[in-house]
Design a protein around this ligand. Structure first.
Ligand code: C5P
Length: 312
């Protein structure tokens, strides 16, 4: 039942992310690895519009460069799972009709699905007037995936455990990113498996995995708002396995670094490559150079806010 003041449609938005640092530790029995990561939310947003319905349904559209063909629209869609989780948690008896408009590349390593889930939790909470607090929703979001709490929280944060135990990190100013989108996706579990296999094959000659920690140099660079310092400190343990699976990504990184990027890094499990630019002019020049090489590129800044209601 909805009261006469209840909204008929709720529009929310949640950001994609870049892992500016990602160290992968041991694989646990639950299939997840111990992580230490520094997340930055960036200005590519997933927009969710939620309307009352008896059942649960989702329609997905994509902005420029975002191919949504591979996104499921059945009960396996993470946004539908988020809505169902909120309904079962709160005892809400109705459903929702969701429309997701995606700007974050699909299967790109930027947490687009996680942002859909975070935005959906917030949208359904407002639509159904369940009255949960932001903290309750943040807590619930961890049940949907390792990156969902960060998509909900936004900003800049350190993630430990599966990546879902967040502590905010201080960050000054804004960083300018240029993102090279691939025309293919990479499966996150496949990239983690490739890392595990590499570690198994080379266990004699690489040092054993220890408790992963975020380098203090990364935190200092974020605090200082200094892109040069951050470029020196960015790191991603998933980059080598992503490059092993898709060697062409190495050429993309090289091309960006030859054209003024301070650093190029595979974002999360890839295949999106995130280039850190020195400033806005540098980002624009890099965008032109990469576009001339026929890459699909978008610019983004970070950090930005987490999941929010949008007033239309
Ligand atoms: O939590 P999420 O569904 O985003 O994770 C997708 C997959 O990524 C997991 O099933 C797992 O294979 C891998 N993963 C991992 N360790 C983490 C996070 C994700 O191995 N900390």
């Amino acid at each position: 039942m909805t009261s006469s003041t209840a909204p008929t449609v709720v529009h929310t938005r949640a950001p994609g992310k870049i892992n500016v640092f990602l160290a992968v530790g041991d694989l646990h029995d639950d299939g997840y690895h111990e992580l230490a990561t520094a997340y930055q939310a960036v200005s590519l947003y997933e927009d969710v519009r939620a309307r009352h319905a008896d059942g649960f349904s989702v329609r997905v559209t994509g902005g420029p460069g975002v191919d949504v063909a591979g996104v499921p629209t059945d009960g396996t869609n993470l946004a539908v799972r988020a809505a169902r989780l909120l309904a079962s948690t709160t005892g809400y008896r109705g459903g929702v009709d969701l429309h997701i408009d995606k700007a974050v590349p699909v299967a790109g390593g930027m947490g687009g699905g996680s942002a859909d889930a975070a935005a959906t939790l917030l949208a359904c909470d407002a639509l159904w007037q369940t009255g949960l607090s932001r903290d309750d929703l943040l807590h619930l979001s961890a049940e949907l995936g390792a990156d969902v709490p960060f998509a909900f929280a936004g900003g800049t944060a350190v993630g430990t455990g599966r990546g879902d135990e967040l502590s905010p990190a201080l960050a000054k100013g804004h960083f300018q990113w240029v993102l090279a989108l691939a025309d293919f996706g990479l499966s996150t579990p496949t990239v983690y498996r490739e890392l595990d296999e590499h570690r198994r094959r080379h266990h004699g000659d690489i040092s054993p995995v220890r408790q992963p920690v975020v380098d203090t140099a990364v935190l200092q660079a974020l605090r200082a708002g200094d892109p040069g310092m951050l470029a020196e400190a960015v790191h991603n343990d998933l980059q080598a396995p992503a490059l092993h699976l898709e060697p062409g990504l190495g050429d993309v990184i090289e091309l960006g670094e030859r054209n003024g990027a301070l650093a190029g890094i595979v974002s999360g499990s890839g295949p999106t490559v995130a280039f850190l630019a020195p400033d806005l002019d540098g980002a624009l020049e890099l965008q032109i150079a990469l576009s001339a090489a026929r890459l699909t590129v978008v610019r983004a800044t970070g950090p930005v806010h987490g999941a929010r209601v949008v007033a239309d």
